[in-house]
Design a protein. Structure first.
Length: 277
């Protein structure tokens, strides 16, 4: 059900940044009805194992991938070659709370970067140094405050700029493998993800990125009354990956999270494309 909702978005393509939808959270997203929005990242929690091996060549080659329904080709002159250029692109593509949806606000710990999440063999997340193949990564944490009997939704948006498309595509592939290896994951501080499953969309069907995946499961922490819905999406355009996550709360349906995530992803992908055009 959740994957079908997101599929309607990814098939739609970008074209232009849509106006922000001040949507009613009671309306559940379904199939192609979400075509005006899109998604991606447990940005602060997810990014691969941090121990990738660079290809023997210098890594500048295109990623190996299936023919994609997405037709955009980055301008080589606009693809970041330095950490400073990557930082500027990530900052331009990032979301402010008001960009994402009405009523969203900055989390207390709003912005972070410069480190890389690592999923250990014990399925516990930690943070390590930024890998050599990553020029820059920027995460923003954005919340939808509790209101009208609904709990606090916690979201994050992450943009990572790699040295090559091959490196970025490896991040996508490793992400899918992580949920297979660790369907239950410890985020630290009493926070848990359980029952995770990932779905990578067929590139031939995706219209707003070269690679896209969707992950869902349950989230819980010491303040919640029990497991809540969790969604995470990640996409790639050229050497840039974008990830959006939403940790649910009481009173929010799974479709609410899918719609919010997909709306944010559409905007981020459009901005990444502009930065590479």
């Amino acid at each position: 059900m959740l994957a079908a909702c997101l599929a309607g978005v990814l098939l739609a393509g970008c074209g232009q940044e849509p106006p922000r939808a001040d949507s009613d959270p009671d309306v559940e997203a379904t199939g192609a009805a979400t075509a005006g929005s899109a998604t991606s990242g447990a940005a602060s929690d997810h990014y691969g194992d941090g121990a990738w091996t660079r290809p023997e060549e210098d890594g500048a080659g295109d990623a190996e991938r299936s023919p994609s329904g997405y037709t955009f080709t980055p301008d080589p002159k606009r693809v970041p070659k330095s950490a400073d250029a990557a930082r500027r692109l990530a900052e331009r593509a990032q979301l402010e709370p008001a960009d994402w949806a009405a009523g969203m606000v900055r989390h207390e710990q709003y912005e972070s970067g410069g480190t890389w999440p690592v999923l250990g063999g014990d399925c516990v997340w930690s943070r390590g140094e930024l890998p050599g193949h990553v020029l820059h990564t920027l995460t923003r944490r954005i919340d939808l405050p509790a209101k009208d009997g609904r709990g606090l939704l916690r979201g994050s948006v992450t943009i990572s700029v790699h040295r090559s498309e091959r490196d970025a595509e490896r991040e996508i592939k490793d992400t899918v493998q992580e949920s297979v290896r660790c369907p239950d994951q410890d985020l630290g501080g009493g926070r848990q993800l359980t029952g995770l499953s990932s779905l990578r969309f067929d590139e031939r069907d995706v219209r707003n990125a070269e690679s896209s995946l969707f992950e869902s499961g349950k989230y819980s922490d010491s303040s919640s009354s029990g497991p809540q819905e969790y969604v995470w999406t990640k996409s790639r355009i050229g050497p840039v990956t974008t990830a959006i996550s939403l940790k649910g709360a009481e009173g929010h349906k799974s479709g609410d999270l899918v719609r919010l995530a997909s709306d944010g992803l559409t905007r981020v992908l459009y901005r990444v494309e502009l930065g590479l055009k």
